[in-house]
Design a protein. Structure first.
Length: 248
């Protein structure tokens, strides 16, 4: 089988409902998984290791941009509260790869190079929940102008029984509010709401993570629908369908 390799051109980088992609010089780390501890005993001829707590990091280099709503305005506040950070790899179709996590922002440290360029190193480290890789239920940034049933993601397999997680980034709302809801289907025709799959109604720029109950069923097709009183709702959605039991 021939592998298909892609570059990082056309990626998106999102923080708390702000699209910082145009101010990102480089994404330097997207990583996660269990921490490893040494459990080698005296009977063994090599190291024995065991995975422990799950964690994650998304780190990047930002350009200095003082325009309202851009990188400096978003990052320079150095909030102590959690942020939702999402990296999307070439989200030009439903099912594109996305990595998201609930994180603490660590640092906003400038470097002025000899050529007078000014960049800032930013790190985000997971807080209580690990980095999660999923797939997009939107084609890049989706804009609805009325209640809409979005196109579905076909997992090409039967139902899973291990629950799900989802990350919403809302960039703009015109009107009262827009509510994004997750649905699944066995046949891509008859859909039903996923239990717990309605995000809080968004009235403006925001982000949110939802998680289904452990062991809940997700059928073959998944989509995002919108409802509410609005004329513009722009958002992205990263959906994680667990293929095995997950313990945090």
């Amino acid at each position: 089988m021939t592998a298909t390799k892609t570059s990082g051109i056309g990626d998106l980088f999102l923080v708390d409902g702000y699209d910082l992609s145009g101010d990102v010089n480089a994404v330097t780390r997207v990583g996660g998984g269990p921490a490893v501890i040494d459990q080698t005993d005296i009977t063994q001829g090599g190291h024995a290791r065991k995975g422990t707590l799950l964690a994650g990091e998304i780190n990047w280099v930002s350009y200095f941009d003082t325009q309202a709503g851009q990188a400096h305005a978003v990052l320079s506040t150095l909030p102590t509260a959690d942020r939702i950070v999402t990296y999307a790899h070439q989200p030009t179709a439903i099912g594109s790869a996305m990595a998201s996590m609930v994180a603490k922002q660590i640092g906003y440290d400038p470097t002025r190079a000899a050529d007078a360029s000014l960049t800032l190193a930013v790190a985000s480290q997971s807080n209580a929940l690990p980095l999660e890789w999923g797939q997009s239920l939107t084609v890049g940034k989706r804009t609805d102008t009325a209640a809409t049933n979005g196109a579905s993601l076909d997992y090409g397999a039967t139902s899973t029984l291990f629950g799900w997680q989802a990350y919403l980034q809302v960039f703009a709302v015109t009107g009262t509010s827009v509510t994004v809801t997750l649905q699944d289907s066995a046949d891509n025709s008859t859909f039903a709401n996923l239990a717990g799959g309605a995000f809080t109604a968004a009235t403006g720029i925001t982000s949110q993570r939802l998680a289904g109950a452990a062991g809940s069923t997700v059928r073959r097709y998944v989509r995002a629908i919108t409802s509410g009183t609005f004329t513009v709702g722009t958002f992205t959605l990263n959906f994680v369908r667990n293929e095995a039991a997950v313990t945090y």
